[in-house]
Ligand binder design. Structure first.
Ligand code: GAP
Length: 442
């Protein structure tokens, strides 16, 4: 993980937020390559969940919502973690932190950081929602929350979307957006942060059909993660026990990815059977009917919801961990670092290099790069030894490198090098764009 974090900084994937001020607690910024990688991941989700289907609509709801939303959703009373403070060193821990041996609040229990005995207070409930004020007056009537999940924006718009699109149950609403949680113990790079992005879909179904849809979405979502190139052996389901279930869920499965090291298998997505909990609560708290009219059967009901909720940042980390490798190259002394990213996710699709800076090679390479750039993100590089240039692309996951050499200027062919197999073949320059598009789509 340390080497990956260092690569991410060095090559412009991910930086610590406000680094020049010493950093902001567990908040991260995406640099030029990181923003492309995460955007490719989000596009892939949006394409699979919205564009490729006629039963799911897209939405982009606001982060700030009416404060009653969070009372109705149960987050004001239920989105809490038990927290303990050390009176001596002022550090805060989750009460269930395995480093705390014994019951906090009792005299013999030691603080895991300063080692003092009897300084840990009893556990108290800590709400994870960030609060702020709307408007100029900072009083309790002006309190609003930064949303801790994007789902509520979908529930409160359920009828707006249904009526505007004339969708019939079963159908879904999907959105991608920021969520905020004042996590007590964030960490592990972008795994658990206080500001993150979720890709959530709420599928509204007729009462009695939710178990079938729950199984359907479990399978669909697992296939999607595999389609990103995540190794099947590193993916598994984890069924929530009664104690683990969130306040809104009657059944839940996590899709876990094996991050290796001390993290091991951890949740990257949750598939939840939320019943009609959210819509019923919003109907109750808003006083507005949120029923669906089932015309053929002439009946009204509040649909049940199957939710799929995946973290864009956590999945980005899974993709990076899955792809990172250090290896020896046959016949070479120097090893190489490779990000074996799925071609669809790679920020740059092809590096374009003139072998040397003379004999018309830079001119031809510049023309080729400009042509490719009309369809693909490419990177032109003429500095340093060719082997160095290949290595620089390998470590950012670029699937192909195109080299313009002495032969290119005479017969109009270029070499295409494959990141993973290291094989090179010659391709006619005027067919290059189509060849790369074909290989990228394969
Ligand atoms: N609407 C349901 C919901 O929010 P969740 O299991 O709390 O469910 C869903 O979160 C996903 O959001 C997680 O699987 C994870 O990928 C991501 N996520 C949650 N908290 C996060 C955090 N603090 N940092 C990064 N990602 C987080």
């Amino acid at each position: 993980m340390e080497r990956l974090v260092s690569l991410c900084k060095r090559r412009g994937f991910i930086f610590q937020s406000s680094e020049i001020y010493g950093g902001a607690g567990s908040v991260w910024d995406y640099g030029p390559l990181g923003v492309e990688l995460k955007k490719n991941l989000k596009d892939r989700w949006w394409n699979a969940m919205v564009r490729a289907r006629d039963d799911i609509e897209g939405l982009d709801a606001a982060i700030l919502m009416h404060p009653r939303v969070w009372e109705a959703s149960g987050h004001v009373s239920g989105f809490v973690d038990p927290l303990v403070d050390c009176r001596n060193c002022k550090r805060r821990f989750r009460a269930d932190d395995p480093a705390i041996k014994g019951v906090p609040g009792t005299p013999d229990v030691q603080c895991p950081v300063c080692g003092m005995k009897g300084t840990l207070g009893s556990a108290r409930q800590f709400n994870l929602m960030f609060k702020t004020f709307m408007g100029p007056v900072e009083d309790s009537a002006a309190v609003v929350y930064l949303r801790p999940e994007t789902a509520q924006g979908i529930y409160v718009n359920f009828l707006n979307v249904q009526q505007a699109t004339r969708q019939k149950v079963p159908f879904g609403i999907a959105q991608i957006g920021k969520a905020f949680r004042n996590e007590i113990t964030p960490g592990n790079f972008i795994f658990r942060t206080r500001e993150f992005e979720q890709m959530e879909m709420q599928f509204f179904v007729a009462p009695g059909t939710e178990t079938t849809w729950f199984e359907y979405w479990k399978e669909q979502r697992m296939c999607w993660h595999q389609s990103l190139g995540l190794e099947p052996a590193r993916l598994q389901f984890h069924q929530h026990t009664k104690e683990e279930l969130a306040h809104y869920a009657s059944a839940a499965f996590d899709i876990q990815f094996d991050f290796g090291g001390t993290l091991g298998f951890q949740e990257i997505e949750g598939v939840h059977n939320r019943g009609n909990y959210d819509l019923s609560r919003h109907q109750e708290y808003s006083g507005k009917k949120l029923e669906y009219f089932d015309q053929p059967n002439n009946r009204r009901y509040i649909p049940n919801v199957v939710e799929t909720s995946v973290g864009a940042d956590r999945t980005t980390l899974a993709v990076l961990v899955n792809g990172y490798r250090e290896e020896q190259v046959p016949g070479e002394n120097e090893g190489r670092t490779v990000l074996g990213l799925h071609a669809a996710l790679a920020p740059i699709k092809a590096g374009v290099f003139p072998l040397v800076k003379k004999d018309g090679m830079p001119e031809m390479a510049t023309r080729i790069a400009a042509d490719l750039r009309t369809r693909l993100p490419v990177f032109y590089d003429e500095s340093g030894a060719i082997g160095r240039r290949y290595r620089r692309q390998d470590e950012i996951g670029t699937p192909f490198c195109v080299t313009i050499d002495g032969q290119s200027t005479t017969d109009g062919t270029v070499t295409v090098r494959d990141r993973d197999t290291l094989r090179q073949d010659r391709v006619a320059a005027d067919r290059l764009r189509d060849v790369l598009l074909e290989r990228l789509a394969a």
